[in-house]
Design a protein around this ligand. Structure first.
Ligand code: AMP
Ligand code: MG
Length: 351
């Protein structure tokens, strides 16, 4: 299959949008930018389109898809009952990086929800995504537009790398803003539960709807792999670069020393080493291939840089990667949730 790649802008010519809309209406697949990561879109109410998404990504079919909408009214169509808390969250955070789990309506095929009787819904905050959804008049099921298990795509080139030849079209809208996937909150449990941490934190949600809990499988390092997370996708190894990634945590100077020591040992053993530093520390590393993920002074830049740097090290063909840790920062939970998985929970403390 030939994949059409088109550069798009918010105001850009309507032909590209019309073409992409037709692809969706005919049951084809279009990758498009959202503010979190690039999504691989297909008609959410068409089981066959959903099947195509799973096939292109190599995604396990029990891992449900998030449905992207462009108006709050779509909630009535896709769910049987819209709880008051869902309305409040939609009012406050949509369009934005928040996905809500709600009871699904009969319109939503089980092929889209991985066999579950609940459905994940989000209104993305990206002009290209919103225009595409409106133009096509289709509810768009869209997981991240990467091969299952690989780092999520934050630019069109990443999508091309993984999916060229497997999907109909890629809309290139440049680099994304947030860089990690949406926060997922389950509103079908008595106390709303965060199933996946993201840019929108527990505190931000609690400010609007009161007490919110976090799925214990997220908190427990091993639990995310051996326990039963309620978001089926959270149990898979994910976001992984090709090289073995190890997280080194601890006090700044000690982390730098330890990474230096480890990378020397690896280089002596003939291995090519990659180091994930920050703008603040990049100058202190004297060996290995050193790249900055972003600045600790601007949390968002670290989230935005994470998947890109993991893919970059794939291209550099390094054997092992050491990274600093980002615990404790406001977005730390979301970042470390991804990084821990990418590292397969290989974490060292520098003493
Ligand atoms: P992705 O679209 O690649 O960001 O992955 C979507 C995530 O949403 C996965 O972790 C899914 O398991 C989760 N998800 C989607 N639908 C549901 C649902 N109905 N219940 C729980 N988790 C869901
Ligand atoms: Mg994904």
């Amino acid at each position: 299959m030939k994949t059409e790649i088109r550069v798009v802008t918010q105001e850009g010519p309507s032909e590209v949008y019309e073409e992409a809309a037709k692809v969706l209406q005919k049951g084809g697949l279009v990758a498009f930018p959202t503010e979190t990561v690039y999504g691989l879109g297909g008609n959410a109410l068409d089981s066959q389109a959903a099947q195509k998404i799973y096939k292109a990504k190599g995604r396990p079919s029990d891992n449900p898809l998030i449905i992207h909408i462009a108006s709050v009214e779509a909630l009535e169509d896709l769910t049987d009952a819209v709880p008051e808390k869902a309305r409040q969250l939609a009012e406050r955070f949509w369009p934005g990086p928040l996905t809500m789990i709600l009871p699904k309506s009969s319109k939503v095929p089980l092929g889209t929800t991985g066999g579950l009787d609940t459905v994940a819904i989000r209104m993305p905050n990206h002009p290209v995504a919103l225009r595409l959804i409106r133009e096509s008049d289709v509810y768009v099921a869209a997981p991240s537009a990467n091969t299952s298990g690989r780092p999520s795509p934050t630019m069109a080139a990443h999508v091309q790398e993984d999916l060229e030849g497997k999907i109909d079209m890629i809309l290139d809208g440049g680099m994304v803003e947030v860089g990690i996937e949406s926060t997922i909150v389950d509103l079908t449990s008595a106390i709303p539960t965060i199933l996946r941490p993201g840019y929108i934190t527990k505190e931000m949600l609690e400010h609007v709807i009161g007490p919110v809990q976090i799925d214990p499988a997220i908190l427990d390092r091993k639990g995310a792999m051996t326990g039963k997370p309620k978001a089926p996708g959270m149990k898979y190894k994910h976001y992984a670069p090709k090289a073995q990634l190890t997280i080194v945590q601890g006090q700044k100077e000690k982390v730098i020393d330890r990474i230096y020591q480890l990378s020397q040992e690896q280089e002596k053993a003939g291995k090519k080493v990659g180091i994930i530093a920050t703008d603040e520390t990049v100058k202190y590393y004297k060996n290995g291939v050193v790249r900055s993920i972003g600045s600790r002074m601007e949390q968002g830049s670290i989230a935005r840089g994470m998947y890109k740097i993991l893919r970059e090290f794939d291209h550099l063909d390094v054997d092992v990667i050491y990274t600093e840790s980002f615990e404790g920062d406001p977005m730390g939970m979301a970042i470390m949730n991804r990084l821990n998985k990418a590292a397969g929970y290989s974490i060292l403390t520098a003493e």
